[in-house]
Design a protein around this ligand. Sequence first.
Ligand code: NDP
Ligand SMILES: O=C(O)C1=N[C@H](C(=O)O)C[C@H](O)C1
Length: 269
Amino acid sequence: MTHLPGIVVTGASGRMGQMLVRTVAQSGRARLAAAVERPGHDWVGADIGEAMGGAALGVTVTDDPLEAFARAQAVIDFTAPQASVEFAALAAQARAVHVIGTTGLSDDQIAALEPAARHAVIIRAGNMSLGVNLLVGLTRKVAAALDADFDIEVIEAHHNRKVDAPSGTALMLGEAAAEGRGVTLAEAADRGRDGITGARERGHIGFSAIRGGDIVGEHDVLFAAPGERIVLRHVATDRAIFARGALRAALWGQDRAPGQYDMADVLGL
Ligand SMILES: NC(=O)C1=CN([C@@H]2O[C@H](COP(=O)(O)OP(=O)(O)OC[C@H]3O[C@@H](n4cnc5c(N)ncnc54)[C@H](OP(=O)(O)O)[C@@H]3O)[C@@H](O)[C@H]2O)C=CC1
Ligand SMILES: O=C(O)C1=N[C@H](C(=O)O)C[C@H](O)C1
C-alpha cells in the first residue's frame, strides 16, 4: 500500500506520539513512514510497535528528522514548542505538510514559523478535535450576542503531566470570546489571579487551570451575569479524537498552497 501518503510522527514515545502511531498505522488512509525521537532516547533503533509494547510495525525509530521528513508527505508533531519550531524548518525543506499540535508556543515562536510557511503547508491548532473546534464557533457567537454584563471565564482541567497553562484550547476559546466581544485577548485576558486582586474588571476574560490525575482535557466557557449563567463545555475522554483530527489535517494539507492553516480550515467551519 505504498501509494498511501507517508506520515512521520515526531515525539513518538509521548502520550500523543503513541496514539498517533496507532492511529496512522490502523487508518488504511495513510502509512507510517517514520517515527522520530530525540538523539539518545532509549527507543531509537527499536521497532516502534515493539517499543510501544505491541506487534512490530516494520518502522524503526530514528533520531534523524530531516532524513525521515524527506521520504514522507506529512509530519504530525505533538512535542514541545522549540522542537516544533525546528521541525517546521526541516519539514519546509522537505516540502512536507507539517501538522503542529504542540501548545505553549510563545509569540516569538509562532512568528518563527512564518518563513517555513512560505515554502510548505503548516496546520496548527491547540486542539484538533471536531468538538472543540465547534465549541470555538459557539463561543464566538454567544460572546457576540451578550454584553459585558456577562463575565466570561474559561476553565480548563488536564492531567498532572501537562506543562503549559492556560491550555492551547483555553487560549483558542479565549480568542474566540474576545473576537465575539470585539476586543483583543491581549487587552482583556486575566490570567493567574492570586492574593488581593481587587474586584473583577468588567469586560475581562478570565482563565483558570486545574491539573490532576489522568484528566485528558476538559474545557468550560462560563458566561455569568446577575441571575443567570450559561456554560459551554467540552469533555475529552480519549486522546484518539486529537490523533484522528491531526491525521485528517495531514491528508487535507496535501496539494494545498504553502501557508498557515488551522483546524477551522480543515473542517470547513
Ligand atoms: N492540539 C491538540 O489537539 C493536542 C495538543 N497536545 C499538545 O501536544 C504536546 C505533547 O503532549 P503529550 O503527548 O501529552 O506530551 P509528552 O510529554 O507525553 O510527549 C512529548 C514528546 O515529544 C518529545 N520531544 C520533546 N522535545 C523533543 C525534541 N526536541 N525532539 C524530539 N522529540 C521531542 C518528548 O520526548 P522526551 O520524552 O524525550 O522529552 C515526548 O516523546 C503538548 O504541547 C500538548 O499540549 C496534546 C493533546 C492534544
Ligand atoms: O496537553 C494535553 O494533554 C492537551 N493539550 C491541548 C491543550 O493544551 O489544549 C489539547 C488537549 O486539551 C490536551
